[in-house]
Design a protein around this ligand. Structure first.
Ligand SMILES: *Cc1c(COP(=O)(O)O)cnc(C)c1O
Length: 786
C-alpha cells in the first residue's frame, strides 16, 4: 500500500463513517478509519485464502477463549506497513502510539489458554497453514480490574465501545441453534488473522447470539414492553460475557449453553462447507476436516457432531462415531482436579436431551470395548463418561479423540504416568506432547522494536522473525563486550519505558536503575504469588535488622487478576499491596526495595512488562503448571528465569542452561516422596523467619478490612496443611534469590545470562508448535495463496 493510498483511505472513512475531516477527528475515529483502510486493502487476499483453503483439508481450532489483545499495531507490522503508516500519520501531526493506545484489548480469554489460541492463530497464518479459528464473540470480555485501598474490584469490560473495525458480520452465514427451551441465531463475525510476511490471511470466526426476532410485536402493542424484548435479552445473554474462570470449574447453566452454542454453530458451518464442496456424502467428512478441542470446554462438539450426522444427515450411529474418531483431537491444559469439567446429567438433559442420549450411547460403546478387552467392573468405572449422574468431559474427549496432547514434556509425562495413566495404558498411541509456544511477532518484534532491530543488525536480516531458531546465530557474539553492553543498554531503555508507563497508569514512581523482579500471571494459589510476597516481607524484616544488607536496589512488580469469587486469591492481592504500603512508609527500607502491584494486567500491559524485566518469576508448585507461556515471553526478551522445575520451565532451562537461570525448590518427585507426611506446622515452629512473616497475617500488622481474609490465608498454610508447599520451598527460594542478587553484581556475567536466554529461545516459537500439530495430529499442509 502506498502512502498516498493510506492518506486517501483514512480521509474517506472519516468522512463516510463519522462525517468529519481529519482536523476534527477523535483518536478513536482515526483508529477506526485507519483500520478500515487496511482491511479494505487485504480483503482480496483474505477471500482468496478462504477459497483456497476450502479446496483442501482444513484444521479447525475450537476454543471458548481467544485472548487477542490489540490488533492495529500487530497487523500493520505483519503487513510491513507500520513505517509507512507511522510516516503518513506523523506528516499529519498524529502520533501513531496514541492511535495504537486508544484501541481496547480484545480480552476474550482468561489467561494462558486463551493467549495460546491467539498465538496459534497468528502462527498458522504466518506459516500458511489452513487453520480456521472458531469461538464466541463475547460482548464483554474478561473484567477490568481496579485496586481500591488495596482490594481488587471488578468492572465490566466494554471492548466494543468504539466498534470493532477489523471484524465483518456475515449475516448470510448465520446458523440456527436449538435448545430444548429456545431457538436462537448464531451470527458469525470474521476477523482476519494476518500473518507476517505472507499474503495468506486466516480467519477467526466468532459467533454472536441473537434472537430469531427482535421483539414480540403483539406484546409490544399491548404495552408489555419488558416482556416484548425478554426473548431478545435471553438470547443475547448467551454471548454476553466471558466467564472469568481460570483453572477451576463452575457448573453454570449459562456457560453450558455457551459451550453448546459455540460447537453447534461451528460444526454446522463446517458441514455447510462440506456439503457445498462434496454434497451429501459424509463418508469422507473427516478427510477434509479436523477439529482441535482447546481443553474440554468445546467437548460437546463430539456428541453434537454425531447428532448432526445421525439426525440431520441420515448417517448411522456407528459410522458417525467412526468418523468422529478421526475428526477430533483434544488438548489437555491442566491436572488440577478442581478444573476438570463435569456437567450434571440433568442440566444437559434440560438444555439438549438428544445430546445426552448420544453421550449415553457413546458411553455404552466405551463399556463394550472395555469389556471386550477384559477390564473388570471396578476398573471400567474409572473410564466411564457418565458416572454419579455427571458427564465427565475429559473422558468423553479422550475416548473419541484421535490424539490427546499435553502442553509441555513434563505435563505430558504426568498425564501418561499418573493423571491419565489408565487411559494411556488403554490407548498409548493417542498420547502426544506439544510443548506450547508464543508468537515472536507480538512478543518480540512488536513489543521490543529496539531489541529486534539489534538482532536484525547482528544477524544481517530479519529472517529470524519467521524462523526463530535462527536466533542461535547470535551465540557467536556471546563473549563480545560491545554486544553484551548494547543488550543491557536496550534492556535499560525498555525499563525506562516501563517505568514511565507505570507512572502513567498507577501514579507510582519506580527507579529504572533498580532490579526489576517481575511476577505476572493470573492469581492462583498454585502459582504461589503468596510465596513471593512472604519472601519480600522477610526481606523487609532483614533490612530492618541489618540496614547494611548487601542487595541491589530492587523493584518487585506483580500483575494479576483474581477470579472475583476466589476469596484467597483476592486476599493475596490485598496482602501484596499491604506489604507495598509497609515498605513505602518505612524510610529505613523504602530506598532499597519497592513493591508495585500493577492493576488490570492484560495483553497490552504485558507487552510493556516483558521487555522491561530483569527477572522472570515462575514459581508454581512442581507438577501444577501445565506449561506456562509467560515464562517464554520473558526468555524471548532476554530475561533469566527464577523458577521451579515445572511446566515448560524444565525445557527453558534445558535450552538455555541451568547456569543461566535460577532453579530452586521441590521437584515433582520430591513432592511425591513427602506428600503423605508433609507437616507445614513444623516449618512454622522451627523456622523463625517463617513464623515472623506468617504471624503478620494474624497479629494486626496488616489490615484486611476486618474480613478475616488474612487469617484464612494463615490457616491455608498451617491448619489446612499448605497444599502448595510454600513453607517447604521458602528457604530454598530465599537462598536462590540471594544467588540472584550476588550474580547481578557482576554485570557482564549477568548480561551473558540474558543473552543466552535470548539466543536459545528459538524452540519456543508457536510456529514450531503449530508445525508439530500440523504434522503429527492434523495432517494438513502449507497452502500459500498465489
Ligand atoms: C502470556 C499471558 C498469560 C499466561 O501467563 P502464565 O505466566 O503462563 O500463566 C496470561 N495473561 C496474559 C495477559 C498473557 O499475556
Amino acid at each position: 500500500m502506498k502512502k498516498e493510498d493510506i492518506r486517501i483511505g483514512v480521509n474517506r472513512y472519516l468522512k463516510v463513517k463519522y462525517g468529519v475531516t481529519l482536523k476534527d477527528a477523535k483518536e478513536y475515529e482515526i483508529f477506526n478509519a485507519l483500520s478500515l483502510t487496511v482491511l479494505e486493502d487485504i480483503i482480496e487476499d483474505w477471500n482468496n485464502t478462504s477459497c483456497t483453503y476450502n479446496e483442501g483439508r482444513c484444521a479447525n481450532y475450537f476454543s471458548a477463549e481467544y485472548l487477542m489483545g490489540r490488533a492495529l499495531g500487530n497487523n500493520l507490522m505483519n503487513l510491513g506497513l507500520y513505517d509507512e503508516v507511522k510516516e503518513v500519520l506523523s506528516e499529519l501531526n498524529i502520533d501513531i502510539n496514541k492511535i495504537e493506545e486508544i484501541e481496547e484489548d480484545a480480552g476474550l480469554g482468561n489467561g494462558g489458554l486463551g493467549r495460546l489460541a491467539a498465538c496459534f492463530m497468528e502462527s498458522s497464518a504466518t506459516i500458511d497453514m489452513p487453520l480456521n479459528g472458531y469461538g464466541i464473540r463475547y460482548n464483554n470480555g474478561l473484567f477490568n480490574q481496579n485496586v481500591e485501598e488495596g482490594f481488587q474490584t471488578e468492572c465490566e469490560d466494554n471492548w466494543l465501545k468504539y466498534g470493532d473495525p477489523w471484524s465483518i458480520r456475515k449475516e448470510a452465514e448465520a446458523q440456527i441453534i436449538e435448545f430444548a427451551d429456545m431457538t436462537v441465531k448464531a451470527i458469525p463475525y470474521d476477523t482476519p488473522i494476518i500473518g507476517y510476511g505472507t499474503k495468506n490471511i486466516n480467519t477467526l470466526r466468532l459467533w454472536k447470539c441473537e434472537p430469531m426476532k427482535e421483539f414480540d410485536f403483539i406484546l409490544f402493542n399491548n404495552q408489555k414492553y419488558d416482556k416484548s424484548v425478554s426473548l431478545k435479552n435471553r438470547a443475547e445473554d448467551i454471548s454476553r460475557v466471558l466467564y472469568p474462570n481460570d483453572s477451576n470449574n463452575e457448573g453454570k447453566l449459562l456457560r453450558l449453553r455457551q459451550q453448546y452454542f459455540l460447537v453447534s454453530a461451528s460444526l454446522k458451518d463446517i458441514i455447510r462447507k462440506h456439503k457445498a464442496k462434496v454434497g451429501t456424502d459424509f463418508q469422507n467428512i473427516s478427510e477434509n476436516n479436523f477439529v482441535q478441542l482447546n481443553d474440554t470446554h468445546p467437548t460437546l462438539a463430539i456428541p453434537e457432531f454425531i447428532r448432526l450426522l445421525v439426525d440431520e444427515e441420515g448417517v448411522s450411529f456407528k459410522d458417525a462415531l467412526e468418523s468422529a474418531k478421526s475428526f477430533f483431537g483434544y488438548t489437555n491444559h491442566t491436572i488440577l482436579a478442581e478444573a476438570l469439567e463435569k456437567w450434571n446429567v440433568n442440566l444437559i438433559k434440560k438444555l439438549f436431551p438428544r445430546v445426552l442420549e448420544i453421550i449415553k450411547d457413546i458411553d455404552k460403546e466405551l463399556i463394550k470395548e472395555l469389556k471386550k478387552k477384559h477390564y473388570i467392573r471396578e476398573k471400567i468405572k474409572e473410564f466411564r463418561i457418565i458416572a454419579d449422574r455427571q458427564v465427565r468431559m475429559a473422558n468423553l474427549a479422550i475416548f473419541v479423540s484421535k490424539a490427546v496432547n499435553g502442553v509441555a514434556k513434563l505435563h505430558t509425562d504426568i498425564l501418561k504416568d499418573k493423571e491419565l495413566n489408565n487411559w494411556y495404558k488403554l490407548y498409548p498411541e493417542k498420547f502426544q506432547n506439544k510443548t506450547n509456544g508464543i508468537t515472536p511477532r507480538r512478543w518480540l518484534r512488536l513489543c521490543n522494536t529496539e531489541l529486534s532491530a539489534f538482532i536484525t543488525d547482528l544477524l544481517g536480516n530479519e529472517d529470524w522473525v519467521k524462523h526463530l531458531e535462527l536466533l542461535k546465530g547470535l551465540k557467536k557474539f556471546e563473549n563480545d563486550d560491545v554486544v553484551l553492553e548494547k543488550l543491557m543498554q536496550i534492556k535499560h531503555e525498555k525499563k525506562v519505558q516501563l517505568a514511565d508507563y507505570i507512572k502513567q497508569e498507577e501514579g507510582i514512581e519506580i527507579d529504572p536503575n533498580s532490579f526489576f523482579d517481575i511476577q505476572i500471571k493470573r492469581l492462583h494459589e498454585y502459582k504461589r504469588q503468596l510465596l513471593n510476597a512472604l519472601y519480600i516481607l522477610d526481606l523487609y524484616y532483614r533490612i530492618k535488622e541489618d540496614p547494611t544488607l548487601d542487595i541491589p536496589k530492587t523493584t518487585f512488580i506483580f500483575g494479576a487478576k483474581a477470579f472475583p469469587g476466589y476469596r484467597r486469591a483476592k486476599a493475596i492481592v490485598k496482602f501484596i499491596t499491604q506489604i507495598a504500603d509497609l515498605i513505602d512508609n518505612d524510610k529505613d527500607v523504602a530506598g532499597k526495595i519497592k513493591v508495585v502491584f500493577v492493576h488490570n494486567y492484560r495483553v497490552s500491559y504485558a507487552q510493556k512488562l516483558f521487555p522491561g524485566s530483569d527477572l522472570s518469576k515462575q514459581i508454581s508448585t512442581a507438577g501444577k503448571e501445565a506449561s506456562g507461556t509467560g515464562n517464554m515471553k520473558f526468555m524471548l526478551n532476554a530475561t533469566p528465569t527464577f523458577g521451579t522445575l515445572d511446566g515448560a520451565n524444565v525445557e527453558i532451562v534445558q535450552e538455555s542452561g541451568e547456569e543461566n537461570n535460577f532453579i530452586f525448590g521441590l521437584k515433582v518427585e520430591d513432592i511425591e516422596k513427602i506428600k503423605d507426611t508433609y507437616d507445614s506446622k513444623k516449618y512454622y515452629e522451627e523456622n523463625p523467619s517463617i513464623k515472623r512473616v506468617l504471624d503478620t497475617l494474624i497479629d494486626g500488622t496488616f489490615d484486611d478490612g476486618e474480613s478475616g481474609d488474612f487469617e484464612d490465608l494463615y490457616n491455608s498454610l498451617l491448619e489446612e496443611g499448605d497444599q502448595y508447599y510454600l513453607l517447604a520451598d521458602f528457604d530454598l527460594f530465599k537462598q536462590e534469590e540471594e544467588k540472584v542478587f550476588a550474580t547481578y553484581k557482576d554485570k557482564r556475567n549477568w548480561a551473558k545470562k540474558c543473552f543466552a536466554n535470548l539466543y536459545n529461545a528459538g524452540t519456543f516459537s508457536s510456529d514450531r508448535t503449530i508445525q508439530q500439530y500440523c504434522d503429527e495430529i492434523w495432517n494438513i499442509k502449507k497452502t500459500p495463496i498465489k
